[in-house]
Design a protein around this ligand. Structure first.
Ligand code: GLU
Length: 306
């Protein structure tokens, strides 16, 4: 990353966040994300808020959360506190924030109830589409909201443009990519798109740093923010992912990259940071890396590649 360019796009004091989902243990992919989040924030005088994204009740577990917090702490990634003095918020405790956001979206007249199941949407989408696009089946159905019904917000055609701090200029048209965005599922859970966007607004997040697997979500999140009255979106940085086997996205199945396993195998925190950096292409080869070296290494990785 080019820290001086980023800094020119951010206020002297700004807020960023680290937002893991407690659906598994911390792995090298999280470590890379944390390296970018804390590396940039510490270099540019930003505040880091920690947000546990446990909106999905079925997949989230308290033991994963405890382990994530402990491993982050062990790695030296310590969050700052927000205005209320809290160092960590949990999405499962923020229903009021999401309800308020949905009310705001309703005021735009673009929210409607949907009864489609995932399977029905899969059947209706065109083969070869990179992402399932909701075809708008319930848009005009005038369904009553209630149990068993999802909620969607209409995405009218139009391009959202943003300058990604690592990936350059992006142009995304959510209506073509995903169609109308699901904001509450049929079980009544807030979706990632709604919860993360509402939180980024409510927490006053100026800089969003996350993996490039979420790049496609950004245009729709910017759109939802605008509908909710936030005209200036955050600055976005989508960083390279760590891969397991070549081309395979990391998951809990990749045992060799779990921070717990690496700790148990005797690696020190600097070894884990160095390994993560090498696996993401930030360093050419692993070497012990201290938290206070991160900014320099991130800055250099785009240019010379140590
Ligand atoms: N909770 C998401 C994850 O763990 C990150 C969401 C975000 O940073 O917007 O992948």
């Amino acid at each position: 990353v080019n820290l001086s360019t980023l800094s020119s796009r951010l206020a002297a004091k700004f807020r960023t966040r680290f937002a893991p989902s407690p659906t598994g243990f911390l792995h090298l992919g999280h470590v890379v994300s944390a390296m970018y989040v804390w590396g940039i924030a510490r270099a540019l005088n930003g505040t880091v808020l920690l947000r546990i994204e446990d909106h999905d009740r079925e997949r989230s577990r308290a033991e994963y959360e405890t382990a994530l917090l402990e491993d982050l702490d062990w790695l030296g990634f310590v969050p700052d506190v927000d205005d209320s003095g809290a160092s960590c918020v949990r999405q499962s405790e923020r229903a009021a924030v999401y309800e308020r956001a949905v009310e705001g979206l309703r005021a735009s007249g673009l929210v409607y109830a949907c009864r489609c199941s995932r399977r029905e949407i899969e059947r209706a989408s065109e083969p070869g589409e990179s992402e399932r696009r909701y075809p708008g089946t319930c848009r005009m159905a005038g369904l009553q909201d209630g149990p068993g019904r999802g909620l969607r917000v209409r995405m009218d055609a139009g391009v959202e443009e943003f300058e990604d701090g690592l990936m350059g200029l992006q142009r995304q048209d959510p209506s073509a990519q995903c169609g109308d965005v699901l904001i509450r599922d049929r079980v009544g859970q807030w979706t990632y798109q709604l919860a993360a966007t509402a939180d980024d607004i409510a927490q006053g997040i100026d800089l969003v740093v996350r993996g490039e697997d979420l790049l496609a979500s950004t245009g729709r999140q910017i759109r939802v923010m605008r509908l909710l009255g936030r005209q200036a979106p955050p600055v976005y940085v989508h960083h390279p992912l760590v891969y397991g086997a070549p081309g395979v996205k990391l998951s809990k199945a990749n045992r060799d990259v779990g921070v717990r396993e690496l700790r148990a195998a005797g690696l020190a925190r600097a070894d884990v940071l160095g390994l993560a950096a090498a696996r993401a292409g930030i360093l050419r080869a692993p070497r012990p890396l201290r938290v206070d070296e991160l900014a320099g290494v991130l800055e250099a990785s785009g240019r010379t590649g140590e």
